[in-house]
Design a protein around this ligand. Structure first.
Ligand code: ZN
Ligand code: ZN
Ligand code: ZN
Length: 783
């Protein structure tokens, strides 16, 4: 553009951004500035342009100068981007010098974050440093008018990374064309480990039930849905019923896995998504994947993260040989190092808008804005689905999805990724934020890490963090009514929370109402075995358990029930919980006869799945609302007066009022009686599941109304793992909007524990700010 506008000067990357020094006639300078803002390349994002006047130097020509490293980092590493249409054309053009070259890319596409060691993002700082460009590539790289001008991973057959094929015993598989050999093997029913952009995939033919079954057995992953890659949008349409928004999501440069409604008889083996009506589908995003699908015999491939169950995805050739040797029949390697592990991202359309379920490749490490300035800090997240957040100023940087910390590789991945992002963004945390639960691995890790560095530790309640994350995404600094419908999180009373109505501000919250406590017989075991949760709920509802109908439905007998009953009545290993996720599990156990689960939230996901075609406006099951004062009990669903507002204390944001609510309990006992009655008369499970969803939504809309009566707050933030449930999210929004609430849902941050650390960062920063300026708190504010 500078050349076209006849301007002289220079441009360079530095850690503060992009600096352009430019001189010429005022008209041309004006035109340049306007075009700079308007004509951005596909992957560029201009946050702001600042202009300063300089004395002209009289220089001629326009130069690109080498990157300078100084001061605090403001430019990021770009996220990885899918192969662009120009590169795809070259890939499949026999006359092009990069015909079928599996690593071609340009400034508009290619790997970024996953190959970068540190910023500024320049070739010597990436794993392309070891490949010296051939003269042809170098000429493209140096030509400002070329599409590969300063494309850091630029490469070709002559000078770039290459493929190699290996047997599980380490011996090379000799072939002229590794891609064609891999295709032959896939079609013959083999499992192939394929090194990709952010890690290895395990790939199999998605149409073969026996092959998919073998993959599940070898991977020890029996029930969890697998993602399927297909050639193009047309092929995706044949597998799933796609909305326009879902089609757009599939084609974004991030190329996430999109969860969409499965079409019947679509040729995909039922073993890919057992028991659920959705399929995670995605399109090729790397040249190698396009080459696989260039063969018309290849229709649909399972592409699942190459790991054993919950371990992190494998990235290193040697690591893959060791960890996947017993799973894969062949290995397709390449010699470009993956420096950052990054799974595929998962996105779903929730209540009409995209929601990130797993934030990884294509999104990391893009910053997420914060509603206020924060000091440098680290928030370590929760227990499962680990993701940490580094924050400074108005930006939060979430790590990629790190998986469970429970195994050693998981913990190493956490530490490596933290070191890398701290280094990359030059963030030196001044405090560490963690969950209140003292026993979480992330908590003990945070305490140790902070102690070594003599940093303060800030504890944040789990569901407060969830709500704060949703509020911050929408720039709300509160107060808001927070509906935190979740699996499990540690409460301030030491019990297990998860069905919470909070009055939330960034620095504090009040527990306005919650699902009534029920026992979790066997503690953690009740999460893996939902039938235990059903017994806990039935017991709490005062329903006799030793009846043949219940025994049969739960696949148990009176002996087993007696053991559990002893646990609950004697309070032995039966902690109390107000979890909404566990309520879903319990209903699913009874209605779907789902005794055990293979993966987290499986029962709840199946319960949502079974009623996918039921209408929304169905009569919900009832809940009972009870306050500490027994006289003010109201049954929701039955005609009668609403909850009397007189019993509620007016909340004015005063921290001294924390924990002084009397605590409305939302009791699910009526639900269980109605649900059992429906089961007894043979109502179909789909109808029962729909009535249950409607009941939950009604109950929490009602609770929000009570909270508004008590506080005057009209904003509602929805968060927690249960908000992945599309029916629930839709019903809640509709119900709340009908009552005149402004409703806020997650978009860029996961409502589940993957988004937790972002909320922790917000709360941690708000608390730190309050501690630093105690005089600024107006103790009578709003009263
Ligand atoms: Zn390209
Ligand atoms: Zn080359
Ligand atoms: Zn949670």
């Amino acid at each position: 553009m500078a050349a076209e506008e006849n301007l002289a000067g220079s441009i360079g990357n530095d850690t503060g951004g992009v600096a352009i020094e430019i001189e010429g006639s005022p008209a041309h300078l004006e035109a340049f500035l306007a075009r700079l803002r308007a004509e951005t390349p596909p992957l560029a994002r201009i946050d702001s342009v600042r202009v300063h006047d300089l004395q002209p130097t009289g220089e001629t020509g326009f130069r690109i100068v080498a990157s300078e490293v100084k001061g605090q980092v403001a430019t990021g590493i770009p996220a990885d981007a899918a192969t662009c249409v120009d590169c795809l054309r070259e890939l499949l053009d026999p006359r092009d010098r990069r015909y079928r070259y599996p690593f071609l890319n340009c400034t508009n596409c290619g790997p970024r974050f996953t190959i970068t060691r540190r910023i500024p993002y320049d070739r010597p700082q990436t794993s392309m440093a070891q490949f010296t460009m051939c003269p042809a590539c170098q000429a493209e790289y140096d030509d400002p008018l070329n599409r590969r001008f300063h494309a850091q991973p630029n490469a070709c057959w002559q000078c770039g990374p290459q493929l190699s094929l290996e047997a599980p015993d380490g011996s090379p598989i000799l072939t002229v064309d590794p891609v064609e050999t891999v295709i032959d093997r896939l079609l013959a029913g083999q499992i192939v480990a394929i090194k990709g952009i952010g890690g290895f995939h395990l790939s199999v033919d998605a149409s073969s039930p026996s092959t998919v079954q073998r993959l599940r057995q070898r991977k020890h992953r029996y029930g969890k849905p697998l993602a399927v890659m297909v050639r193009d949008l047309e092929a995706a349409r044949a597998l799933c019923d796609l909305t326009t928004e879902e089609e757009a999501l599939l084609q974004t440069p991030a190329r996430p896995i999109v969860l969409a409604r499965t079409r019947t008889a679509n040729g995909i083996a039922p073993e890919v998504t057992p028991g659920i009506p959705w399929l995670g589908v995605f399109l090729p995003y790397a040249p190698l994947q396009h080459l696989l699908f260039a063969d018309p015999r290849v229709k649909a491939l399972v592409m699942t993260s190459a790991n054993l169950s919950e371990e992190p995805i494998a990235i290193d050739n040697e690591e893959a040989r060791q960890r996947l040797g017993a799973i894969a029949d062949a290995f397709l390697f390449h010699d470009r190092e993956i420096l950052q592990r990054c799974d595929d991202s998962v996105v779903a359309l929730v209540d009409g808008a995209p929601q990130i379920i797993r934030r990884a490749r294509g999104f990391v490490p893009l910053g997420i804005e914060l509603p206020f300035e924060v000091p440098p800090l680290l928030a370590v997240g929760g227990h499962l689905k680990s993701v940490f957040t580094l924050a400074r100023g108005r930006h939060a940087y979430q790590s990629q999805h790190l998986g469970d910390l429970e195994n050693l590789t998981g913990l190493e991945f956490f530490e490596d990724s933290l070191a890398h992002l701290m280094y990359t963004f030059e963030i030196e945390p001044e405090s560490v934020v963690r969950d209140m639960h003292p026993g979480y691995l992330s908590s003990t890790w945070a305490d140790k890490w902070a102690e070594e560095r003599k940093l303060p530790v800030i504890e944040v309640q789990h569901h407060h963090a969830h709500i704060a994350a949703c509020m911050a995404e929408h720039g709300l600094d509160g107060p808001a009514i927070g509906l935190s419908l979740d699996g499990t999180g540690y409460g301030t009373d030491g019990r297990i929370w998860g069905g919470e109505v909070l009055i939330a501000r960034p620095d504090s919250f009040d527990r306005f109402a919650h699902l009534a406590y029920v026992p979790m017989p066997g503690g953690e075991a009740a999460i893996r075995e939902p039938w235990r949760m059903a017994l806990g709920h039935l017991h709490a509802a005062g329903i006799a358990l030793d009846n043949p109908f219940i025994c049969e439905a739960l696949g148990t007998d009176t002996k087993e029930i007696a053991v559990l009953q002893k646990m609950t009545t004697r309070d032995l290993n039966a902690p109390l919980t107000s979890s909404c996720g566990r309520l879903f599990d319990a209903v699913a156990a009874l209605v779907l006869r789902r005794r055990e689960v293979d993966y987290e939230a499986q029962a709840a996901i199946e319960l949502e799945g079974i009623c996918i075609d039921e209408p929304d406006d169905i009569a919900g099951y009832s809940f009972q609302f009870e306050s500490a004062a027994p006289a003010s009990s109201t049954k929701l669903g039955a005609p009668g007066p609403g909850f009397p507002a007189t019993g509620l204390r007016r909340w004015g944001g005063d921290p001294s009022l924390l924990g002084t609510w009397e605590g409305i309990e939302i009791d699910s006992a009526p639900l269980w009686h109605e649900c059992l009655a429906d089961l007894r008369v043979g109502q179909p499970p789909a109808r029962i599941a729909a009535r249950f969803h409607a009941g939950i939504a009604n109950a929490f809309v009602h609770a929000a109304k009570q909270a508004r009566t008590g506080t005057g707050i009209r904003q509602v933030a929805l968060s927690g793992g249960c908000l992945h449930n599309r029916r629930l999210a839709r019903l809640l929004r509709a119900g709340l909007e009908e009552e005149g609430f402004a409703v806020f849902q997650h978009r860029n941050v996961s409502p589940g524990d993957g988004g937790l650390s972002y909320g922790q960062a917000v709360v941690g920063a708000a608390i730190a700010k309050k501690q630093r300026r105690p005089e600024s708190i107006n103790r009578n504010a709003g009263e």
